[in-house]
Design a protein. Structure first.
Length: 276
């Protein structure tokens, strides 16, 4: 990533291009009203150019942010805290969990500020450690996301609509990251497979599809498997039909390519969670 791109991230994380454009045009209109300058027909051309520039800059910034999330270095203490919480994990396991954390932050970026729940105990341990270094965490999030997600512990599908929709967003975008069909998954994305892969003792374990018997895990249960297909199950509260609004905001036709370098597979399991 170039120095210019890093500068772009820092500036865009602290000042919205749209807000800046609105402020400049507001100043221009005020100046015309009070007589500082005369409106001209060229202003229409400038307005169109401004709109196109803001649109292009916004999309370019998002692409740069996605690359930053995938490539930027995390503090090494995150892996140490994961091993402190779960001594059985290996250095290779820590690398896998770090990729899961990157996938979670990609879901946050693509959800455009909407709440995204944390679906993995292993990744949760790393995220929690990251937030404890407040300054580093806030600066990284502003560069990578343009906002700072508040930490919330991992949860599973249950009675709370807010949690359920947050998990649906995490599921939808993690699937899109690995070219998995969210409604009919043949395997699990890494973020939802990690806890089973790493044999996390109190982890949330997922399977791609539902039980043949149609039985469901008890809400909030950590000792049973959970299922990827449950995220479009309308018997759980929230917006199951469009994955917490992901498809309503254009996600259905975007990000269909696989950017993921994760190890999610059909026999994995990790169950969803995130807090308020």
């Amino acid at each position: 990533m170039t120095g210019f791109e890093l500068l772009l991230l820092k500036l865009s994380g602290r000042a919205s291009p749209l807000a800046l454009a609105i402020a400049l045009w507001a100043l221009a209109l005020v100046g015309a009203v009070v007589g500082w300058w005369e409106p001209q027909w060229r202003w229409g051309v400038y307005l169109v150019f401004t709109l196109l520039a803001v649109w292009g800059f916004t999309h370019w910034t998002r692409a740069v942010r996605e690359r930053y999330i995938r490539e930027s270095a995390f503090p090494q203490i995150l892996k140490r805290r994961l091993r402190d919480a779960y001594p059985s994990v290996t250095p290779k396991d820590c690398d896998m969990a770090e990729r899961g954390l990157r996938q979670f932050f990609l879901a946050c970026l693509r959800s455009r500020g909407s709440y995204v729940a944390m679906p993995s105990r292993a990744v949760d341990a790393m995220w929690s450690a990251f937030t404890h270094n407040t300054t580093v965490y806030q600066n990284w999030c502003r560069d990578a996301l343009g906002f700072v997600p508040a930490y919330a512990p991992a949860v599973v599908l249950g009675k709370k609509e807010h949690h359920n929709d947050g998990l649906r967003r995490a599921w939808y975008w993690a699937c899109k990251d690995e070219a998995i069909a969210p409604r009919m998954p043949s395997r699990l994305p890494l973020l939802f497979a990690l806890d089973a892969k790493l044999a996390i003792p109190d982890g949330f374990h997922y399977l791609p599809g539902t039980l043949a018997s149609g039985q469901k895990p008890k809400p909030g249960s950590t000792d049973a498997h959970h299922y990827g297909t449950s995220f479009c199950d309308t018997s759980y509260s929230g917006r199951a039909t469009d994955f917490g609004g992901c498809e309503s905001h254009g996600g259905k036709n975007t990000d269909n390519d696989s950017h993921g370098d994760s190890d999610g597979d059909g026999d994995g399991g990790g169950d969803g969670g995130g807090g308020d």
